[in-house]
Design a protein around this ligand. Structure first.
Ligand code: TEU
Ligand code: CA
Length: 563
């Protein structure tokens, strides 16, 4: 058994503050809105909330472009509101972790303003500046994650600065020890306020390849994906260990790093316990199962394969077991809604949302619910590009237009993949805007809020929400659900995903049908008749099952206990 830790046994809930709950009618969710919903979260069984950035920001990227690390965005409230939220959460036994953005700041951060003003400014070197190539081209052919070159030309100094996200998000220069000291001081300041940890944004990108070499590409391709030149470079680990040693160590906190383009071996370098880096990382391997090819093509989803999901889970579950800890999630503020993407948001919305939850809660690792997932919120189809708020979606729209895509094709890709799918207001009740605001919301609510909302779910014993509560209490009653060793069953089955979790004499058997047709399981030793007890199922069953039923209905999920 691994060392017991509170963050391993916790259920986490991600809050996108702008869209969670508005208390002053300005159409923007706020910190007091979060405080007002703590009882709801407590009741659901949540132990930790992760709040996306609420710092001062010009909001080019909804808070991921920070202009003051020490200030609360006025739209979200005041520092007192934050302190009140933290105190109330703690009083109710809920821990709070915040987003920590260390890869870049806003271009409106005073550091960057100074850096840009003069080449001689001591802050100049807080960022990454370089001369262009001879022929007036950017220093390298690196593309930004969000489209276009990762270099932006600065007329005044005739140099370029690096931004691997939007151009209003200049990358910080982690080669500069003074900068690192400033960042450490800031992190410590928040921990001393009583935060319980961090989700660390884009942490695996903080170090860039020395010399900024061109990525290999055909000569006519001027801008190419070059993320291997700024992902998981060895020095990243020195910096994280330094941060741990200098800042994290004395605090009883949890840390989860965002690490795109990272496989399980690479992940162990971040999370293996003796390395003293991070507790967990979010990987993206299951997030790319359904993305099409290329920069723009990635927006057009293709069907995903259960076989691939199984392969990914098997790797992560087995490779980390006994060494490091997983972070399990189906969605976040950057991804489409899980039930629309991996389930069926029409005929089997309820069943498939419960099925996805079953898997997330029964894996080894800490589960992260994204706001609204617990009521089965779906993707949204806003009418026109002007209804969208996400700058990355707008960027895609322009780029796709330039490539000659038709309006229909562009909008269809946006409906499938826009980050705004996850950013529409939380649906609390059947009132206007899902009860999120009494004013005009900053982005339209999903029209299905009249049907899919918390109030309705609370009244219905068979709702997705009530199933989440059951899953969470099951996880809390059975240590095997947290620490048990994972073993796949039927690795080749085309529609059934099944596995066992074993801890001492206790074993969970989890069987799930990932299809809209019923499915049959052959006899298997893992399912053989010994005393089993059905703990939970997402489809009402009339019997008190004491043996494993070989037949599964569409999207059916069952959890058995064998003692
Ligand atoms: O996301 C980082 C990010 O966009 C990539 O790592 C991305 O996840 C990857 O390409 C897989 O698609 C974080 C935040 O979550 C996001 O909201 C911000 O826009 C971004 O950082 C910049 O701060
Ligand atoms: Ca507000």
């Amino acid at each position: 058994i691994m060392k017991r830790k509170w963050w391993k046994e916790s259920v986490a809930y991600q809050i996108y503050p702008r869209s969670f709950m508005d208390t002053n009618g300005d159409g923007i969710g706020d910190l007091n809105g979060i405080t007002s919903k703590l009882d709801y979260l407590k009741n659901l069984g949540v132990d930790v909330i992760w709040i996306c950035p609420f710092y001062k920001s010009p909001n080019d990227d909804n808070g991921y472009d920070i202009s003051d690390f020490y200030a609360v965005s006025e739209e979200f409230g005041t520092m007192e509101d934050f302190e009140h939220l933290l105190a109330e959460a703690h009083r109710k036994g809920i821990k709070v972790i915040a987003d920590l953005v260390l890869n870049h700041t806003s271009d409106e951060h005073p550091w960057f303003v100074e850096a840009r003003a003069s080449k001689d400014s001591p802050k100049r070197d807080y960022y990454i500046w370089k001369k262009g190539k001879e022929n007036n081209e950017p220093p390298s052919n690196w593309g930004s994650f969000f489209g276009g070159s990762a270099w932006e030309y600065d007329e005044q100094s005739e140099e370029y600065y690096l931004h691997i996200f939007n151009r209003k998000q200049p990358d910080l220069n982690w080669e500069n020890p003074l900068l690192i000291e400033e960042l450490h001081r800031m992190v410590r300041w928040w921990l001393d306020k009583g935060l319980d940890g961090f989700r660390i944004d884009a942490i695996n990108h903080i170090v860039k390849m020395e010399g900024f070499p061109d990525a290999e590409a055909p000569a006519h391709e001027k801008i190419v994906s070059a993320h291997h030149f700024f992902s998981n470079l060895p020095k990243v680990h020195d910096h994280i260990q330094h941060l741990h040693r200098e800042v994290f160590r004395p605090y009883n906190i949890m840390t989860v790093g965002e690490a795109a383009n990272t496989g399980p071996e690479e992940a162990l370098l971040y999370v293996e316990e003796h390395r003293d880096e991070l507790n967990m990382v979010f990987h993206f391997e299951h997030m790319s199962m359904d993305s099409g090819n290329g920069n723009l093509g990635g927006w057009e989803k293709r069907p995903w394969k259960l076989s691939q999901l199984k392969e990914i889970l098997n790797q992560w579950q087995t490779k980390l077991h006994g060494k490091g800890w997983n972070a399990n999630y189906w969605s976040n503020h950057d991804q489409p809604r899980a039930v629309s993407r991996f389930g069926d948001d029409q005929a089997f919305r309820v069943e498939s949302a419960k099925l996805l939850a079953t898997l997330m809660f029964m894996l080894e690792g800490t589960p992260y619910i994204y706001q609204g997932e617990e009521i089965g919120m779906t993707n949204v189809k806003l009418n026109a590009i002007d209804d969208y708020r996400d700058s990355v979606t707008h960027r895609f729209y322009r780029d796709a237009q330039q490539e000659g895509w038709t309006e229909d094709r562009i909008m269809s890709a946006i409906h499938q993949s826009s980050r705004d799918n996850a950013r529409t207001p939380m649906q609390w009740n059947d009132q206007a805007h899902g009860g999120f605001t009494t004013g005009t919301p900053w982005i339209q609510a999903n029209p299905n809020a009249s049907r899919i909302n918390v109030e309705a779910a609370e009244k219905d014993p068979t709702s997705i929400l009530n199933y989440y509560k059951q899953l969470i209490s099951l996880r809390k009653q059975h240590l095997v659900a947290v620490y048990g060793k994972y073993e796949p069953v039927f690795p080749e089955h085309s529609s059934i995903l099944a596995f066992t979790r074993t801890l001492g004499n206790e074993q969970l058997v989890v069987v799930m049908n990932f299809s809209a047709a019923s499915a049959h399981m052959d006899n298997h030793e893992a399912l053989a008749d010994q005393s089993v007890r059905l703990l939970l199922s997402n489809i009402a069953s009339d019997t008190n099952e004491t043996s494993i039923e070989n037949h599964l209905q569409p999207y059916e999920a069952r959890i058995y206990l064998r003692e």
